[in-house]
Design a protein. Structure first.
Length: 167
């Protein structure tokens, strides 16, 4: 079975607030992983603090062959690999790679409610090139809402209208 031995991206569902600890353990076990983070300023009574918080709370993305899934499932804090009927479902490589490239290039992302309706567009230029999503306007600027269907979560990034094309 080729699917058992080909490394693909999967979403691992984690215990609440364990994403960074799980990522650390995956690194120790030499499992390729990705935890998209965004910077958030939290205000407490006596000070403001800049925190790096997961863009998709409760999820860590792992790239592995399905036959190696025990290396992930045995990590403390990992509940399961997201899927249907007990079988993990792979995520499109293009979604994860574009998200990684965009965040690495400094694109500011933030969580957004999951959307299913709206004008669907594709980014035709820039670090998020090829990524598809739904465009929304916010404060006279365009934001692309990237919805990950498998986990029903979304994030939004600011984009230039000239970089978008209708699908």
């Amino acid at each position: 079975m080729a699917a058992e031995t080909d490394p693909l991206w999967y979403a691992a569902y984690t215990s609440a607030n364990h994403e960074k600890r799980v990522a650390e353990q995956l690194g120790v076990r030499s499992v390729e992983h990705f935890v998209p983070l965004y910077e958030s300023v939290r205000r407490w009574k006596d000070r403001k603090v800049r925190l790096h918080v997961p863009l998709f709370p409760g999820y860590v993305f792992v790239r592995l062959a399905l036959s190696d899934r025990l290396r992930v499932l045995q990590v403390p804090g990992v509940a399961r690999l997201v899927g249907f009927n007990g079988l993990p479902c792979a995520m499109p490589d293009s979604e994860i790679e574009a998200l990684k490239a965009g965040l690495a290039s400094g694109v500011r992302a933030e969580p957004h409610p999951y959307l299913t309706v709206g004008r669907r567009v594709r980014v035709k230029a820039g670090p998020l090139e090829g990524l598809q999503g739904i465009v929304v306007r916010r404060k006279n600027r365009f934001r692309l809402v990237i919805s990950l269907e498998l986990i029903h979560r979304a994030a939004s990034v600011e984009v230039e209208a000239a970089d978008l094309e209708r699908i």
